[in-house]
Write a protein that binds this ligand. Sequence first.
Ligand code: GAL
Length: 301
Amino acid sequence: MKNGKIWQDLNGNDIQAHGGCIINYGGKYYWYGENKGQDNCPGTTRVDVIGISCYSSDNLIDWKYEGLVLKSDKTDEKNPLHTSKVVERPKVLYNSKTNEFVMFLHLDNADYNFSHIGIAVCDKPDGEFELVNVCQPNNHDSQDMTVFADDDGSAYLIHTKDRDATINIDELTDDYKSFTGLHMSAMIDQYREAPAVCKYEDTYYMVTSGCTCWEANSALYSKSPDIMSDWRLIENPCVGENYRLTFNGQCSYIFKADGKYYIVLDHWIPDNLQKSGYSILPIEFENGKMTVAWKDEWLGI
Ligand code: GAL
């Protein structure tokens, strides 16, 4: 699969999984993302909400479309999933205590002034998710976001607040459907977004982008010995041609497969979002330094 381009599923259709995440469950990979599979609304850089797609794969190359696991609402303009809204960056965690899959979403109005989190649950990875909570975590506005589950089962929502000025980290309750109240701010007033988090050898790493809407900018990573304190911005992890613009991409997620870490990028095409491409690139860690080098092709594992 050519990195940076739109990819196709096993039926030959464009994969519609933008701003998404890849999880491993029961020996399979599941890829969730925004389905943007229709024309932009005329003269804008948005598409009406269709819903969240799910794809499954054994090798991270051959993706079977499992359908829309969360559908937009076509009738009630007050519903946060109404087609006229914004539903972005779905991230899914499996909760082994409740045996549920919990999906987190950025829910917004078309003008991005609602800034809430949506939490949806399902008892299967590829079933129909039900929206069970719409809130502002610990009363803070929330836009771009990701989630991270630690080795001890604790899990966190990592999101922008104060209109993207600052990243907040909020601990989730045991069932992942709400917040414990424990939260902290990182990278205060640094205007970073599109967070993606992983843990390597007891250090937490967070890749973020700058805030230039759909246009590419420089990724930066930060690290911390503790998820709840001491985050420090380090530098751009990208190396090689076009590293300054994150290879014309924006981070959406970091996943682990066969003991190695990979970053998923979106390559947005603002005036035709449905054709936005993807890339998956390996992450290297050496002496506490994170690097991501461009590869023309994603060959799976
Ligand atoms: C990006 C953000 C996307 C989307 C877009 C809208 O910066 O990462 O998820 O919200 O802005 O302009």
